[in-house]
Design a protein around this ligand. Structure first.
Ligand SMILES: [Zn+2]
Length: 288
């Protein structure tokens, strides 16, 4: 017989067609002569019509997936997607540069006191309204004495947004300055600005050299020019910042207050001090 196909090619074609399925535990042959699953009682085989040139044509039984196997497969795929999602989340978390000690900071574990209630409410609201906060390039500067949970509050925001697969970087000027010295500054700042939210912990603890303060200004300025929000924490008081006499600091704080709402974490209300700076409208919205 010459049908223009070599014997080897024909063999390869035949091999591509699956053979009959081996019965597993409980499987049985139904009245139609096809194999049925012993578990879900749906077919594990169907009949297909073969082309003439393969084995002379005719009908052949081929394996199909029964209902319980199809469900098993769907479940496996779902689990795989879940794992991929978790991996993706982990990658976003790893890219956040966040200190290990802040990874577990969540609003669920937040110990609310009368001193941090306002900060807590602002933080929750910020996360809930992040889309609009982002579009408005609205940031926050949490200020107040050491040990009042400012960094923790900022980390809660970071983790809540990371859970929603929003990219956040949480670092400090001290760390950024170290990294800039060891590498490509422009590239590093561009990397920081890729994140939808940049959290800068502990403003004011960096060295007060001209070099350091110039870099701090550049980071804040480039963030503002990228029209992306930032959140800062600082142990400085609002008065320290608003009334800074050193021009190197003045221009840093001025740039910050263009986009960041000052939120006190404990002590006296900032409303009184800040009335003249027109924070009130945003404060009302964020704290209300
Ligand atoms: Zn089955």
């Amino acid at each position: 017989m010459d049908n223009g196909i070599s014997g080897a090619a024909l063999k390869a074609l035949e091999d591509m067609i699956p053979g009959e399925r081996e019965p597993e535990n409980g499987d049985y042959v139904g009245e139609d002569g096809l194999l049925y699953c012993g578990k879900c009682n749906t077919r594990k085989e169907r009949i297909i019509r073969m082309p003439e040139l393969i084995g002379g044509g005719g009908e052949r039984k081929v394996p199909i997936i029964c209902k319980c196997q199809a469900e098993k497969e769907a479940k496996r795929k779902e689990e795989e997607q879940y794992r991929e999602e978790m991996n993706r989340l982990q990658r976003i978390r790893d890219a956040s540069l966040m200190d290990a000690k802040y990874r577990a900071a969540t609003f669920d574990s937040y110990l609310e006191t009368k001193d941090n209630r306002k900060a807590h409410n602002v933080a929750v609201k910020y996360v809930d309204n992040f889309k609009s906060m982002y579009e408005q390039c609205q940031g926050i500067i949490f200020w107040g004495p050491v040990g009042t949970g400012k960094s923790f509050t900022a980390a809660c925001i970071a983790n809540a947004l990371l859970d929603r697969r929003i990219s956040v970087i949480m670092t400090s000027f001290v760390k950024i300055l170290q990294n800039i010295q060891n590498g490509d500054e422009a590239q590093y700042i561009a990397m920081l600005n890729n994140a939808k939210l940049l959290i800068l912990d502990d403003l004011g603890t960096e060295r007060n050299t001209d070099y350091a303060l110039e870099k701090v200004y550049n980071i804040i300025d480039s963030r503002s020019r990228a029209a992306k929000p930032m959140i800062l924490t600082t142990n400085l008081s609002l008065r320290d910042m608003l009334e800074a006499s050193d021009v190197r600091y003045q221009r840093i704080y001025d740039r910050i207050f263009e986009t960041c709402l000052p939120v006190e974490v404990s002590g006296e209300s900032f409303r009184r001090i800040s009335a003249e700076r027109r924070f009130d409208k945003m404060a009302e919205y964020m704290e209300g």
